[in-house]
Design a protein around this ligand. Structure first.
Ligand SMILES: C[S@@+](CC[C@H](N)C(=O)[O-])C[C@H]1O[C@@H](n2cnc3c(N)ncnc32)[C@H](O)[C@@H]1O
Length: 209
């Protein structure tokens, strides 16, 4: 039976390791995209890790409930972001969050959808807890659109940074993720590959019931 990777051992410096892999230019581009997201209202973040993207989005959200399955990741995130009064933290599994139906104005998943065993299940759960007309925002690193040379160099750096590849890593392309998002009941507003060299999929979609 394949197992999902436990990211807890990287809780202290996950953000730095990930930024090293993504490279300065792609990190800057991602931050610009996230900074431009306005009026996020009451946001739920699934798989927040140690809070790298939570900090950026907290500027444009009334509140963020930042969740992760790893209590170690949450501990570091809480420590780093303790000065942010509009951010709360909770341990929660993206497949079954236990939050009420139609509770949140927006949901963010950063680099979660390609590391979980059942991405479709996570999207269906997001759809359930999002308000009607609420916004789903996805960011996920991908090999889609990368040159063979960049992929080869990324693989080497990935192994140096995070050890072996997870037993389960869903190879995600822009097209595949967009289809999955639509199959889960969302209407896509924007779907694109972003980044220089190292690529990420960026999707904004609305919930229609
Ligand atoms: C690759 S990291 C990304 C962290 C953060 N979003 C970022 O991009 O900086 C994936 C995160 O998802 C969490 N995670 C993995 N499986 C999960 C699940 N089933 N439910 C909630 N979080 C999960 C991991 O603990 C880890 O913190």
């Amino acid at each position: 039976m394949p197992r999902e990777k436990d990211w807890s051992m990287f809780a202290n410096d996950f953000d730095e390791r990930q930024d090293f892999l993504a490279g300065e230019q792609t990190v800057e581009i991602i931050e610009e995209y996230l900074n431009e997201l306005k009026d996020l209202g009451m946001m739920l973040e699934l798989g927040c890790g140690n809070g790298k993207y939570t900090k950026i989005m907290a500027r444009n959200a009334d509140s963020i409930l930042a969740t992760d399955v790893s209590s170690e990741m949450l501990g570091t995130a809480q420590d780093k972001l303790k000065s942010l009064e509009n951010v709360q933290f909770e341990c929660s599994n993206c497949y079954n969050t236990n939050y009420n139906d139609t509770s949140f104005d927006s949901i963010f998943m950063g680099n979660l959808i390609h590391v979980v065993l059942e991405p479709h299940k996570a999207l269906v759960e997001a759809h359930r807890v999002l308000k009607d007309q609420g916004k789903l925002i996805l960011l996920s690193f991908t090999a889609d659109g990368m040159s063979p040379e960049d992929i080869e160099s990324l693989v080497g750096r990935y192994i140096d940074t995070f050890g072996s590849f997870p037993e389960v890593e869903t190879p995600m392309t822009l097209k595949r993720l967009a289809e999955m998002v639509e199959e889960s009941g969302f209407v896509i507003q924007r779907a694109e590959l972003i980044g220089e060299g190292i690529k990420a999929i960026f999707v904004i979609a609305d919930k229609r019931s």
